[in-house]
Design a protein around this ligand. Structure first.
Ligand SMILES: [Zn+2]
Length: 137
């Protein structure tokens, strides 16, 4: 899923940040923005949980991850997301909407602190590209 090479996405990122700047009125305070980032982070998690507990389109079978005595290269194929199944279209719509709202407030946080979301994504992309599996994420 390495789609960052497409420059149109980078322009979209800048446009999105500009749009957030124009649209944010009611929650302009950085305190409101920080609270909204937390709120939508929780709403994303809740939407994923509801996919398992209410809809049932996915199941979560969590077990201990075994990191003992293996190289990072070996671990890549052995660790699990613990997700079985695929989210349905309805759950996908809900999760995408929550992530979109989360991103709006992340863009707003960047605007308030004079940070460039595009630069942040590019720096993270380059770190991950350089470190690969050794980014330890
Ligand atoms: Zn579902």
């Amino acid at each position: 899923m390495t789609k960052i090479k497409d420059n149109s996405q980078i322009d979209l990122c800048t446009d999105f940040q500009d749009q957030a700047s124009q649209a944010l009125i009611r929650h302009k305070s950085i305190l409101d923005i920080m609270a909204k980032v937390d709120q939508y982070s929780s709403r994303i998690n809740r939407a994923v949980v509801k996919s398992a507990t209410s809809c049932g389109c996915i199941e979560i079978h969590a077990t201990k991850q075994n990191f003992d005595g293996q190289t990072y290269e070996d671990l890549a194929d052995k660790v699990s997301s613990h997700v079985h199944g695929e989210i349905c279209d309805n759950c996908r719509d809900v999760i995408e909407e929550e992530i979109g709202s989360f991103m709006f407030f992340i863009a707003s946080l960047c605007n308030t602190l004079d940070l460039d979301l595009k630069d942040i994504i590019m720096k993270e992309y380059e770190r991950n590209k350089t470190l690969g599996i050794y980014s330890l994420k």
